[in-house]
Design a protein around this ligand. Structure first.
Ligand SMILES: NC(=O)c1ccc[n+]([C@@H]2O[C@H](COP(=O)([O-])OP(=O)(O)OC[C@H]3O[C@@H](n4cnc5c(N)ncnc54)[C@H](OP(=O)(O)O)[C@@H]3O)[C@@H](O)[C@H]2O)c1
Length: 349
């Protein structure tokens, strides 16, 4: 491993400390290095707060600040050159006289996408781009997908039994996986902006759809209820966290119950329309938790980026078949008595 790669790994470690809090901004980490010694480091801690580069520079103790113009700045994502919630990081780098910047991958946001690098280079800063680029792109995948596709990054999650069943027949709710898998799911929930389920899953399972078993916040709950037929006494309507009810009858807010009704045409092109609406609401990651029909519709439309599929250890006496994932398995984990496989679409990097 090269020296640049070692410091870039530190940037990645710092970046993920912002997981679940920066959306729709990316997770970013930065370190300032003088003669093989870290003199400052920082990460983007939450949406609207200062960027990683700013935090790295301000973290340098007063006694070492004179070293900044002789240091290298490592940053996991291209420094921004636009004014958003905060000023451009390229200005900060030039003001501080930092002579070398090492970047893992480009920020594909409109107005940046290589311009941040070009501004630095034309001001005489030495820029090295592409250090641990694959890993950097992975870290920034939510943001870069969100800004280039104008849609949230979609993660599907569901469980199957050893023989491929999805649920018992007869509208019964039944657990397939164990408590450790549940905790991992809650971690996924803590890192995503919203969870989507279909109407039958809401009616049969009555899920709380919150994050109870991991640190961090609970996502927005979204349910498809085309004809507003779901009963009011479901957990989704308990006011514990906000719920968006996607339907074909009305757009309305019920502030007291933290429920918003969103009218969308369920006809041809429904899923892209829904994802476009979620993009407008700055939802950059969407976790889809079933049921089978909803998962299949994402597969059929090719509108998914990752699928986490658990396999439990027990079959039902009779059950409905699980959707067939059209992707490739890229990682397998053992979680307690369950197996968890991560799939990606065949065409993705
Ligand atoms: N194994 C697991 O991980 C897991 C996870 C969740 C649920 N489940 C089980 O799965 C079963 C429910 O699955 P399901 O397939 O019957 O139902 P579902 O997908 O939860 O809900 C189906 C309903 O949601 C609406 N819907 C879903 N996808 C849609 C789309 N693309 N466009 C428009 N509307 C859409 C439709 O409502 P309208 O008919 O009103 O239009 C449809 O009838 C339950 O038994 C539940 O326990 C298992």
């Amino acid at each position: 491993m090269t020296r640049d790669e070692r410091y870039m790994l530190r940037c990645f470690d710092l970046a993920v400390l912002g997981a679940g809090r920066t959306s729709p901004n990316p997770m970013v980490g930065a370190v300032l290095v003088y003669e093989d010694r870290i003199i400052g480091e920082g990460f983007h801690a939450r949406y609207g707060a200062s960027h990683a580069e700013v935090n790295a520079v301000t973290s340098v103790p007063a006694s070492l600040r004179h070293l900044i113009p002789k240091s290298t700045l490592y940053v996991s994502l291209e420094p921004c050159c636009i004014t958003g919630k905060t000023g451009p990081c390229t200005n900060l780098i030039l003001e501080q006289g930092i002579p070398r910047v090492v970047v893992s991958c480009l920020d594909l946001s409109p107005g940046v996408a290589g311009r941040g690098i070009a501004i630095l280079q034309s001001a005489g800063v030495e820029v090295t781009l592409g250090v641990l680029e694959k890993e950097g792109k992975h870290l920034s995948r939510f943001r870069n997908h969100f800004v280039t596709r104008q849609a949230p990054y979609v993660i599907l999650k569901y469980a199957v039994t050893p023989s491929g069943q999805f649920a018992p027949t007869g509208n019964l709710q039944s657990w397939i996986t164990g408590p450790l898998s549940r905790r991992f799911t809650h971690r996924l929930r803590s890192e995503t902006d919203a969870i989507l389920i279909g109407a039958r899953t809401a009616a049969i399972d009555n899920p709380q759809l919150d994050n109870r078993y991991y640190f961090g916040a609970s996502p927005l709950r979204i349910v498809l209820d085309r004809h507003l037929a779901l009963p009011d006494n479901l957990h989704l309507f308990d006011g514990a966290s906000p719920t968006l009810v996607v339907n074909e009858l009305k757009s309305e807010k019920d502030t007291a119950r933290k429920v918003e009704y969103l009218h969308i045409d369920f006809g041809e092109g429904f899923l892209p329309r829904l994802l476009g609406e979620l993009h407008r609401r700055k939802i950059s990651t969407l976790l889809v938790e079933g049921g089978a029909r909803l998962i299949r519709s994402f597969y059929d439309a090719g509108l998914w980026q990752e699928a986490y599929i658990y396999t439990g250890s027990v079959d039902f006496p009779a059950g409905i078949a699980a959707p067939q994932c059209p992707g490739e398995c890229v990682e397998t984990f053992v979680i307690g008595g369950d197996t968890l496989r991560l799939y990606r679409p065949l065409s993705s990097e």
